[in-house]
Design a binder for this molecule. Structure first.
Ligand SMILES: Nc1nc2c(ncn2[C@@H]2O[C@H](COP(=O)(O)OP(=O)(O)O)[C@@H](O)[C@H]2O)c(=O)[nH]1
Ligand SMILES: [Mg+2]
Length: 377
């Protein structure tokens, strides 16, 4: 049976006079340990901390289970100052991102769009009622590492994969054992998504050079599924694709992405540090250049070839953000926000997510624009 193509569905329906509501299906994808669960935990914090010039955001859910996941993950990062435990099972999360576009900027609001707490928020319910609201309903699927790990696509009795085995001509690996159903569910979800947040872990890529094998096995399945569903746009996938280069707060990663001088200059930043997409793309390019046999080259080529270029954007992401000293400044000599103590890995200071909300808002905006223009998504 051919499954009908996924169409943008109208929201559950805004109440008469209520905010416009948009439903998006977004996938979260990345190799095991790339930071997916942590990213989700940081999302509510990122929304609370966002100080847009004219829009404020908050994350919530109508669903009890999804709401408790949200609360627990945020609790891990802020109160316990620990990273969330590894994901054990596929979790479907229906979260809603509520945005409010201010009708006009309050006279006393700071010119700096990232001003003090509460900047730009309406002072009264009447003022809030005059603002434009938007409700973005997200369907996310978080998969445990074992589903996206290469080894589950392979016969466990086979010899271990060697780096040199990477080969475009090799037959695609088949999922083995009881995982097949779960993998099919993940592929099905990704194929039907309007947008995908792909977490690219440069540390792992640098260490293992194996990002491609995992990426390619899943992408090939997603493409075949999209093709069967009749959703391809020419030879390209219809998805909007946000590539989040993760763990940018790690010195090994930041020093690959930026020169020492550029890092020194971050000390002068006012407000939260937000690295541009050119830094993220530059880092991937550097990995491609300096490790031409590594997986990054293949991931980059696959992204360039399989998605519409105008639907791809890179983000320099850190779920926990940089450690900021008591003077409120970035310290080029000690910006790592993660440390190891007797009880394991711990988050050192406040969590200040960088480019965590942005990919999601970018995806939602682009998908909405494309849908308005009558383009397939
Ligand atoms: N430095 C740093 N490490 C991170 C960050 N996010 C995740 N990690 C590390 O990566 C590990 C795996 O993250 P997790 O979210 O469980 O990855 P998942 O398997 O993709 O869900 C965590 O336990 C942390 O050690 C980040 O923003 N910065
Ligand atoms: Mg996880």
């Amino acid at each position: 049976m051919v499954t009908p193509p996924s169409r943008p569905r109208p929201g559950p329906g805004p109440k008469p006079g209520g905010p416009p509501s948009y439903d998006f299906r977004l996938g979260l994808w990345g190799s095991s340990g790339s930071g997916k669960t942590t990213y989700l935990g940081a999302l509510a914090l990122a929304a609370d901390q966002a100080r847009g010039r004219s829009v404020t955001w908050t994350l919530t859910s109508r669903h009890t289970d999804a709401l408790s996941v949200l609360t627990e993950l945020t609790h891990d990062l802020t109160v316990r100052q620990r990273f969330p435990a590894p994901t054990q099972s596929i979790t479907e999360l229906k979260w809603s991102l509520l945005g409010e576009r201010l009708a006009s900027r309050p006279a006393n609001s700071s010119k700096n769009s990232w001003g003090g707490r509460g900047a730009g928020r309406p002072a009264t319910p009447q003022a809030a009622a005059g603002n434009q609201s938007i409700e973005i309903n997200l369907e996310l699927l978080e998969a445990p590492g074992y589903l996206v790990d290469d080894n589950k696509w392979r016969d466990p009795d086979e010899d271990p994969l060697e780096f040199d085995d990477l080969d475009f001509d090799a037959p695609e690996p088949e999922p083995t054992g009881g995982m097949a159903g779960d993998i099919a569910r993940l592929v099905d979800h990704l194929a039907r998504c309007n947008g995908i947040i792909y977490l690219f872990d440069p540390e792992r890529e640098d260490r293992d050079g194996d990002a491609f094998r995992h990426f390619n096995a899943t992408l090939t399945e997603v493409q075949a599924r999209t093709f069967r569903d009749g959703r391809m746009i020419g030879a390209r996938l219809p998805h909007h694709f946000a590539v989040c280069v993760t763990k940018m707060d790690t010195p090994a990663v930041l020093e690959l992405a930026m020169t020492r001088q550029e890092i020194e200059q971050l000390r002068e930043s006012n407000g939260p540090i937000k690295l541009g997409s050119e830094i993220a793309e530059g880092l991937v390019d550097r990995l491609c250049r300096e490790r031409p046999k590594g997986g990054a080259r293949h991931v980059r080529d696959a992204i360039d070839n399989r998605f519409l270029p105008e639907r791809v954007r890179y983000f320099a992401t850190s779920a926990v953000g940089f450690w900021i000293g008591p003077d409120g400044k970035f310290d080029p000599a000690g910006y790592e926000n993660v440390l190891v103590d007797g009880a394991g890995v711990r988050i050192r200071g406040s969590v200040r997510p960088m480019n965590v909300l942005e990919p999601l808002v970018w995806l939602a905006e682009c998908i909405r624009k494309a849908q308005r223009a009558g383009l397939p998504t």
